[in-house]
Design a binder for this molecule. Structure first.
Ligand code: NAD
Length: 531
């Protein structure tokens, strides 16, 4: 396996990587990854590597002829066994203590960073991420572990001495783990959003049953294997692959699951949110979709705005939960802004994401491509002007993958569906407004509230935006991405309203606490022993 250490930290806000060594290391890793394609992998249930009677193929969106991996179609019984294994492993993992857990997880983070190139290359095959996006995803996974570990340390394992009403009374507040957590992950940050939530749960002392997306099972599997390699005991981390309707549903229904962390669409997340607590209270964190707005005022630097919107609307094909998919621009500068945005969109190189010159690869599957073509037809039908894109590449090798072109649409009414529904494809709608207040009202006018951005050189405008915008992650004048590019320990990341259930962001200082429950301990006489 490649163990080349990167000499430059790649984040989602990295604008370019003119680092030949880094490029060569990735190219080398692509060859290595190619040699690994088509392998079969097991599920991880307790100490067992379990296969099964039925398998599914994980095919590449770059070229549907490429089978990236094969995984078992897990059954409800597999999930029950994984939950049993996680329950059996819980007491010892809890009692190991947070410092020792932290050591093991930090070791895993180092291994992930060391294998950054190989994992990124495999990810480029599995979900179609370009090299910079894939390298970012892998390194984010390692940094999530590190940051959540730092949170445990900064809070001394969440044992806090409290006040006392008499000299004989000693009281402390302790946060304790719940038991078994289900971790259900989406395809789009396949390692970071399997790894980050699992790391939060594990550092807190819970055990986990992971269910990765069937469009990206390999990344979830590799993450779980790294933990086991680092010395995390069998049963503490379990992984069951297969459909949401059976594997996911069993995790939702089984009373042996004490908590759930889900990242994915609003539809699935809301369903889980409503049903998971049907019989009794259990914590559930749902991180869901977005329809993230950018506002461009007449006081904006229009080049900066066009660049920031372009990067956020089309980075990873608009398939980031934080993707910028609608823009409200002051009518006074609308023509200038849209011309600059369209020019940048047309200049994007679309193609095989493993190639250096490619800036945008494919969407994840045929269904996503259909969403794109339907949106384009709808925009045309309803009087929208397609200023860039609107096409699908079908020549040569691209015809075997799912390659839409970056699309900019103007001229639709602001209440059109395309300003409201999350599409998760490279498609941005631009609407004209007459004032900042109108822009903010439109921006807040959807059930979502994940990310948002504004471009203005007027401080008062920026402040009004920051005061009134309803979103968990907001940016002002961000050329590197109008609404995208959060990094652990820098921008905490989570949704308000229909975008997230907890009001506490991932990547931030209040995340790990969500996997813990509080106990107040009052001991009369002697001081209580160390927690
Ligand atoms: P998805 O909702 O289709 O799937 C997410 C996971 O849920 C998958 O593992 C899937 O198999 C599972 N699932 C499906 N049906 C289920 C069921 N009935 N019970 C239990 N599990 C079930 O989402 P996706 O297409 O993989 O990811 C894209 C979505 O995720 C977008 O909406 C995006 O905005 C959102 N997302 C949100 C965040 C965030 O932090 N808020 C981050 C990334 C992605």
């Amino acid at each position: 396996m490649a163990t080349t250490t990167p000499r430059m930290k790649i984040t989602y806000a990295t604008l370019s990587a003119d680092n030949e060594e880094l490029q060569a290391a990735y190219d080398h890793a692509v060859d290595e990854a190619r040699a690994m394609l088509g392998r079969s992998y097991p599920m991880l249930i307790g100490a067992e590597e379990r296969t099964g009677d039925e398998w599914f193929e994980d095919r590449s969106p770059n070229d549907a002829d490429i089978v990236v991996s094969r995984f078992p179609v897990g059954t409800r019984q597999d999930v029950r066994d994984a939950i049993d294994a996680a329950r059996a492993a819980f007491p010892a993992w809890r009692d190991l203590g947070w410092r020792r857990r932290l050591e093991l997880l930090r070791r895993a983070a180092e291994t992930i960073s060391e294998r950054q190139f190989l994992y990124a290359a495999l990810m480029s095959f599995e979900v179609g991420k370009t090299r910079l996006e894939a390298l970012g995803d892998v390194e984010e996974t390692a940094d999530l572990i590190r940051y959540y570990g730092d949170t445990m340390e900064a809070n001394d394992g969440f044992v806090k001495p409290m006040g006392s009403l008499s000299p004989e009374e000693h009281t402390r507040s302790i946060l304790k783990p719940h038991g078994v957590w289900a971790v259900i992950s989406p395809f789009n940050f396949p390692m970071a959003l399997s790894g980050g939530p699992a790391a939060g749960a594990l550092l807190a002392g819970n055990t986990v049953v992971m269910k990765p997306s069937s469009d990206a099972p390999l990344m979830g599997y590799l993450f779980a294997k790294v933990l086991l390699e680092a010395g995390v005991p069998a049963g503490v981390v379990n992984l069951v692959t297969g459909p949401g309707e059976t594997v996911g549903a069993e995790l939702e229904e089984n009373p042996g699951v004490d908590g759930m962390v889900f990242t994915g669409s609003y539809e699935v997340g809301m369903r889980l949110y409503k049903h998971f607590t049907r019989d009794y209270p259990r914590p559930i964190i749902t991180e869901m979709g977005g329809k993230n707005p950018a506002i461009v005022t007449r006081n904006a630097d229009l080049d900066e705005a066009a660049e920031g919107v372009m990067r956020s609307a089309f980075g990873f094909d608009g398939q980031k939960c934080s993707a910028n998919s609608r823009v409200y621009v002051d009518a006074a500068v609308a023509d200038q802004f849209t011309a600059k945005l369209a020019e940048r969109a047309k200049a994007i190189t679309v193609g095989d994401p493993t190639r250096r010159e490619t800036w945008m690869g494919p969407v994840i599957n045929e269904r996503a491509l259909e969403k794109f073509t339907t949106a384009v037809e709808e925009a045309r039908r309803d009087g929208g002007r397609i200023l860039a894109g609107g096409e699908v590449l079908r020549d040569g090798a691209t015809g075997r993958g799912y390659f839409p072109t970056p699309t900019v649409v103007a001229g639709l009414p602001l209440d059109h569906r395309l300003f409201r529904d999350e599409l998760f494809v490279p498609f941005v709608v631009v609407g004209e407004v007459d004032s900042l207040d109108e822009a903010i009202a439109e921006a807040n006018g959807t059930p979502y509230g994940l990310t948002a951005g504004i471009f203005t050189r007027d401080r008062a405008e920026a402040e009004r935006f920051l005061d009134r915008i309803e979103a968990g992650v907001v940016y002002v004048n961000r050329r590197a991405g109008a609404t995208t590019g959060a990094w652990p320990g820098i921008q905490s990341f989570g949704g308000w309203k229909g975008s997230g259930s907890s009001g506490k962001n991932g990547l931030g200082p209040y995340y790990v606490q969500q996997f813990l429950r509080e106990q107040s301990q009052t001991v009369m006489g002697d001081e209580p022993p160390d927690a």
